[in-house]
Design a protein around this ligand. Structure first.
Ligand code: ZN
Length: 184
């Protein structure tokens, strides 16, 4: 888990509270301060978690392979509606999901740069590979099909019946792509 979900929820709640206040009011100023404090807390938790996770990975592996998600994020990231104060206007559940999503995306960026610097310090190889089809390809037989991914958690190949955790299946494909690139 990359994200302190509790803080993200509290941030969404604080932004909804902010939207209910009147411009120039005391409550609005207090609500804005609370949003700022929560943003700082999210950033701090994200940084701590990124350092801890990256340290463990670099200690335990010589080769690190990640999906290059930079372009994917640019496409998928929901468009935020800036409120002019560095925050986002709330829009019910959709806005909350979008907010959590954008926090996750930003967290991934922080994690990637922390891992990059730790890998370099320790002399480890870190490769970024194309994320296309990593989650829909069977790591066992290579069959690529969107219906292989029956849910967010489960991978079940329609060609060979191989069934496993969807993240584990994708991780094997990602590692394989990196191994191929390294030996090329
Ligand atoms: Zn298969």
């Amino acid at each position: 888990m990359l994200e302190p979900a509790g803080t993200a929820d509290r941030l969404a709640t604080a932004q909804q509270a902010y939207a209910r206040t009147r411009r120039g009011s005391n409550r609005r100023r207090k609500a804005a301060q609370r949003i700022g404090a929560l943003h700082a807390k999210v950033a701090r938790q994200r940084r701590d978690h990124a350092h801890k996770t990256a340290r463990a990975l670099v200690t335990n592996a010589d080769l690190l392979v990640m999906e290059d998600l930079r372009t994917v994020n640019m496409i998928r990231r929901p468009a935020p509606r800036p409120d002019g104060n560095g925050g986002h206007l709330p829009n019910g559940a959709a806005a909350k999901a979008g907010l959590n999503r954008s926090i996750l995306d930003a967290g991934w960026g922080v994690f990637t740069s922390v891992l990059e610097s730790k890998a370099e310090e320790a002399g480890r190889v870190l490769l970024l590979v194309n994320p296309a089809n990593t989650s829909r390809t069977c790591a066992q037989c290579g069959h690529c099909d969107a219906v292989n991914r029956t849910s967010q958690a489960v991978f079940a190949c329609v060609a060979c019946n191989h069934t496993t955790n969807a993240d584990v299946n994708a991780a094997i494909n990602i590692l394989r792509a990196g191994t191929v690139r390294r030996s090329a």
